[in-house]
Design a protein around this ligand. Structure first.
Ligand code: ASP
Length: 584
């Protein structure tokens, strides 16, 4: 049994007899002496063993689990180790017991190794990967953030209430995971993409404030910030308007940040409408750590008419970004790369100008006249050395394509400092958008309340209606989204109808909700955080897989446990299903 954890011994412990347990992080065998950095969750303590009295010492290898007893001795002041908190001391072992040997390691665990394992190796041996300092810190940070959020939600009178994992298939937007029912032949549960409907029912039930840190599931193509199962901090409040939801959530987040980030200076989150975000940043989740705003150019900005090269296309809108002091950084190759990025994003053509002291350099045939240069200099506050990127195309794609260029420029110009946190609320989203099939779809979800004044638009010009929806954006990533909900059954039915659901579909899929709304429903609204993304950003990581203990690969597989895996037909039969794919 250990007497101390491995981060705790200091100079004042010198002379004590201690029992320590842990993993051999590093073993340095100097022949007459063996030095072991012994590691546990909390830290590292250096142990010195003499093979003359402890013969096993010379056989110790990295990652063996050992128990030692010994005496704490001081290290000379000029030899204090700076790399560990216990660097003032070491423990001179009197006994060493090997508790468990480690097989040959697929990659080194101790810090300082130049060998970086491939993702495949990391995920196959995730339990070893998790021993590495960086990953361990991420998981501990996640636990801390979980605790802080819980505390703050509890402090604001939110009740932690669980909702079912076995739910039913509903058209909420994402592709679902389906679970066949054994008992109810031919019927299926779906795993929830969010506890949305249940949290609304909890408001109807009168709980007033609910929160839950909960796994949710979406069977979508994966990216660096997506996983098939992910964690939400989900919450809902009654008798509130949108402003009260935003204020409460902002207060909770600010409090958590103050406790989590030692130097955090709370400043109110920025507020932007969806339209402004799109116009100025070309994105509904703008990264506000840098400016690089989008500006529109029109005929009056071009004293001698818009150059032919910019009007040749049928799509005649122009949007410009002025990037500061980077003219010399942009070679032909880089400019071509930007151009193709812009075109892939749906833009028509991306022209550029280098603002030079004498003649501007530009990709626009015929150049830009001195008079127009003067207008642009004033309009965009240009300085010599700046660079203009002029995108040609048609809104709204032109805006999003320029938004992509904006983001790309920020990375190239190193404007994305990960230690800076810029938060923004985005509001006034459209209620509906057209999906890829050209059908009307909810931009947030079908339970979102339109703005009061837009209710008459539902049946006639639904695309014009704005929603009482809100997203919280951090450094260009959407970390939370929510809305005020529809609490009137007639409005809810109207929205379902606008979405093209037949009466029969409405009844079978959401009849229970419409029914519940008829029994006295308070106005209510809430939000859900993508907790994995939030932890990723707050820990300075660029993939959520770094902050999830056991994530899936981009293909949705777990390399460690080999899931998903085929099932033999006799195992499928009780569920009344037959696989179309033969097991190997
Ligand atoms: N259920 C929503 C989502 O998962 C969030 C919310 O509206 O509260 O996106």
């Amino acid at each position: 049994m250990r007497s101390h954890r491995l981060h705790s011994l200091r100079r004042q412990d010198v002379g004590k007899t201690v029992e320590l347990n842990g993993w051999a992080n590093k073993v340095r065998n100097l022949g007459k002496m063996v030095f072991v950095d012994l590691r546990d969750r909390w830290g590292i303590t250096q142990v010195v063993l003499d093979p003359a009295t402890i013969p096993i010492a010379s056989q110790l290898r990295a990652e063996w689990v050992i128990a030692i007893s010994g005496e704490v001795i001081a290290r000379p002041t000029n030899m204090v180790r700076k790399d560990i908190a216990t660097g003032e001391i070491e423990v001179s072992a009197t006994t060493c017991q090997v508790i468990s040997e480690a097989a040959e390691l697929p990659f080194p665990i101790a810090d300082g190794s130049k060998i970086e394992p491939s993702d495949t190796t990391r995920f196959t041996y995730r339990y070893l990967d998790l021993r590495r300092a960086k990953l361990k810190e991420n998981i501990i940070a996640r636990s801390t953030l979980t605790r802080l959020f819980r505390q703050e939600f509890e402090n604001h009178d939110f009740l932690d209430i669980e909702t079912p994992m076995l739910y039913k298939s509903t058209p909420e937007g994402a592709q679902e995971f389906i679970v066949p029912s054994r008992v109810q032949a031919g019927n299926f549960y779906a795993l929830p993409q969010s506890p949305q409907v249940f949290k609304q029912l909890l408001m109807i039930a009168g709980f007033d404030r609910y929160y839950q840190i909960v796994k949710t599931f979406r069977d979508e193509d994966l990216r660096a910030d997506r996983q098939p199962e992910f964690t939400q901090i989900d919450c809902e409040m009654s008798f509130v308007d949108q402003e009260q939801v935003l204020e409460t959530i902002e207060a909770i987040v600010q409090k958590v940040l103050q406790q989590y980030l030692p130097d955090y200076q709370p400043t109110p989150f920025m507020r932007l409408t969806y339209d402004d975000a799109m116009q100025h940043y070309g994105s509904d989740k703008p990264d506000l750590r840098y400016d690089l705003r989008l500006h529109r150019l029109d005929a009056k900005d071009f004293v001698d008419g818009i150059p032919d090269a910019l009007v040749a296309e049928e799509a005649g809108e122009l949007v410009v970004i002025a990037a500061r002091s980077c003219a010399e950084k942009y070679s032909r190759k880089r400019l071509d790369a930007l151009q193709s990025l812009f075109m892939q994003a749906g833009g028509k053509r991306l022209a550029w100008c280098k603002v030079l002291a004498d003649e501007w350099k530009t990709s626009i045939r015929g150049g830009i006249s001195a008079a127009t240069q003067a207008v642009l200099r004033t309009k965009l506050a240009l300085q010599t050395g700046d660079m203009l990127f002029i995108g040609l195309g048609a809104s709204p794609v032109l805006l999003t394509a320029m938004g992509t260029v904006r983001q790309h420029l920020a990375v190239e110009l190193e404007l994305t400092d990960p230690s800076q946190f810029k938060w923004a609320w985005i509001t006034d989203f459209p209620l509906f958008e057209r999906n890829d099939a050209g059908e009307l779809a909810s931009m947030h979800h079908p339970f979102t309340m339109p703005r009061e004044q837009d209710l008459p638009l539902l049946g006639v010009q639904p695309l014009e209606a704005k929603a009482q929806a809100h997203d919280l954006v951090l450094n260009g990533v959407e970390v939370a989204g929510g809305s005020i909900r529809i609490h009137r059954p007639d409005v809810q039915a109207q929205v379902f109808t606008a979405l093209g659901l037949s009466q029969q579909e409405i009844d079978s899929k959401f009849g229970f909700l419409l029914q519940a709304l008829r029994y006295g429903t308070p106005p209510h609204g809430g939000i859900a955080f993508g907790f994995d993304r939030l932890v990723m950003l707050l820990t300075g990581n660029s993939s959520i897989r770094e902050v999830i203990a056991f994530p899936k690969t981009y293909k949705g597989t777990c390399l460690m446990t080999s899931s998903p895996s085929p099932l033999a037909q006799e195992l499928l039969a009780p569920y009344h299903i037959k696989s179309l794919v033969k097991p190997p």
